[in-house]
Design a protein around this ligand. Sequence first.
Ligand SMILES: *Cc1c(COP(=O)(O)O)cnc(C)c1O
Length: 422
Amino acid sequence: MFKALFLNNTFKDFQVVQVNANYLKLKAGYLFPEIARRIKKFNSENPDVNLIRLGIGDVTEPLPSVCREAMKLAIDEMGTAEGFRGYGPEQGYIWLRESIAKTDYSSRGCEISADEIFISDGSKCDSSNILDILGKENKIAVTDPVYPVYVDSNVMTGRTGEAYKTGEYQGLKYIPINANNGFEAQIPTEKFDLIYLCFPNNPTGAVSTKEQLAQWVEYAKKNNALILFDAAYEAFIQDESIPHSIYEIEGAKDCAIEFRSFSKNAGFTGTRCAFTVIPKSLKGKAGNEEVDLWSLWHRRQSTKFNGVSYFVQRGAEAVYSSQGQTQIQTLVNFYMGNAEIIKNKLTEAGFEVFGATNAPYAWIKTPENMSSWDFFDFLIKKGNVVGTPGSGFGAAGEGYFRLSAFNSRENVEKAMNRIIKL
Ligand SMILES: *Cc1c(COP(=O)(O)O)cnc(C)c1O
């Protein structure tokens, strides 16, 4: 009888649950699946060609030895009765939070205390989960191009309308960052409540100066807005005048949440550890009542999260030892060496190249006004190199192309030689 029902295949015949229909507004995972499809097609038509992939935003170098050793020790500790640990604090172990407060904040003149730091298993989840504690009425602004997580998490939670043909969602404000404005996100003239900023930027590699960030902080304070600042790539900053944290700007503790991750600086993309800073001075409102965001996030994490594993937090802590600092600097230098090669070779070849000096991404203007996808096809066919079409990150990314510095030196050099010959 059930079989008959299924074969009948008309859902109206039986009771089914309601789904979160907001998910249906999402454009079916457009970017990376489409890239994979085109790679697959190319490979099947050209089985002998070895493609070099500079498309992914994932690190490639091995995990630093200090982190591995700390994690091994921690696992052995867990194998003893005295060293065994069960559930840890949901907000993370205090020794890790203190190391972060000291090395990432105090040393840069930012007054962030250990208990304002919440350890998590990733910035991707934190930057989307943060919406849990924020009202649906808030008006939201993102940059364009944008890290798709910010947009999609707003769509999923019903904070937008449908997508327009251009791919932009009704109800979101898109602030373009492109060559016309020097990759500077212009301060809006209207009031927005939540503003997502990511500097150094993925995908454009752009950075924000102290003066520009100060303008954002001033805007946020004037408009009672909250800045969601993603600093996942701060370790790649080479220019000493560029702030690593938004809290280097006076007043930011009253208007900004910061997301950081060990994914890119310490190669933790597969190990998983990150943190979010919620200063205790941050206020929101419920009706006319003032509420502090720290308490809400603390409550949220305590209820929905059980912390990052002990050994992974020990691995992250090792990043802050002096040896750890040297090892992550070596990693960053290696990738930035790749970025420099990409930038120099492509510039030599006549391309207009942005980014790649304070970030592991080069953002390239496609030649002869080719569309991003046409350039993708051209590059894969003629150069056998894979990158990421800029239009996949938003309408203002059209006509651009992202190449990542996350690869071996050999592959980067080979890829650049192939492109130069085109
Ligand atoms: C890689 C990346 C992160 C880090 O995400 P995790 O979940 O911590 O791995 C955060 N933001 C941006 C923009 C990124 O590209």
